[in-house]
Design a protein around this ligand. Structure first.
Ligand SMILES: [Zn+2]
Length: 212
C-alpha cells in the first residue's frame, strides 16, 4: 500500500494512518515527524530545516524532498509500503515526489483527500494543546496528557496555540483549500485521487479508503 493523505489538520488523517499501519503494515511517514527526527539528530538537512523554522520561514521544497528521499529509500518502506501525511503540500512537492518515487522504482497507489465540514474541524482543533518545547500535540478530549497541562514527552507546560483559535482555524482551512486545490486536481488528472468523507466514524472512513 502506497498512499498520500491530503487534508488540513484535524480531519483525522493521523487516526487513519494508525489504522492503516495496524491492518496493512504500511509505514506512516509524516513530514512533521521527519523534520523533528532530522533536527534532533542534527543532520545536515535537519540543521538546514531548523534554520528556516527558527526564522519563521517555510522550509523550501528541496529540503523537505531531501528528507523524504532519505526516508523512502530505506528497505522497510519498499517491503511494507507507506502512508504519507503532511507531504506533499504543494504542486512542486507533488512533482518532486513523482520524480523521487520513479527514481526508487516505487509506484503511488492513491491520494486520499479528506473532506470535512469546517465546524467539525473547529470543534476538533479547539481542544488542542501543544508543547512549545518539543512540538508534541495533545487534545483535551481525544488525547489528554498523563498529567494535566504537562507534556508526556519532555515535561514542559502545554499551551493552546494562537493557531488553534476558531477564527485562525477557519482562515487556515481557507488557505489550505486554496493551496491544495491544485494538488487535488493534479492527482485527479493522474486518476489517483480518492475523496473520502472525513467526518464519519474512523471505521467508516477507513472502509472508504481501502474500498477497491
Ligand atoms: Zn514536550
Amino acid at each position: 500500500m502506497r498512499l498520500i493523505l491530503i487534508g488540513p489538520p484535524g480531519v483525522g488523517k493521523g487516526t487513519q494512518a494508525t489504522l492503516l499501519k495496524e491492518r496493512t503494515g504500511a509505514l506512516p511517514i509524516s513530514s512533521g515527524d521527519l523534520f523533528r527526527a532530522e533536527m534532533c539528530a542534527g543532520t545536515e538537512l535537519g540543521n538546514l530545516a531548523k534554520s528556516y523554522v527558527e526564522r519563521g520561514q517555510l522550509v523550501p521544497d528541496e529540503v523537505t524532498i531531501g528528507m523524504m528521499r532519505r526516508r523512502l529509500a530505506k528497505p522497510d518502506v519498499r517491503e511494507r509500503g507507506f502512508i504519507l501525511d503532511g507531504f506533499p503540500r504543494t504542486l512542486g512537492q507533488a512533482e518532486g515526489l513523482d520524480h523521487l518515487l520513479s527514481e526508487l522504482g516505487l509506484e503511488l497507489g492513491q491520494a486520499v483527500l479528506f473532506e470535512v465540514p469546517e465546524d467539525v474541524v473547529v470543534a476538533r482543533l479547539g481542544g488542542r494543546l501543544t508543547c512549545p518545547s518539543c512540538g508534541e500535540v495533545f487534545h483535551r478530549v481525544n488525547r489528554p496528557p498523563k498529567v494535566d497541562g504537562v507534556c508526556d514527552r519532555c515535561g514542559s507546560a502545554l499551551a493552546v496555540r494562537k493557531d488553534d483559535q476558531p477564527e485562525t482555524i477557519r482562515e487556515r482551512m481557507r488557505v489550505f483549500r486554496e493551496a491544495t486545490a491544485p494538488l487535488a486536481d493534479y492527482y485527479e488528472r493522474l486518476g489517483l485521487l480518492r475523496r473520502v468523507n472525513g467526518s464519519g466514524a474512523p471505521e467508516a472512513v477507513y472502509q472508504e479508503i481501502v474500498r477497491p
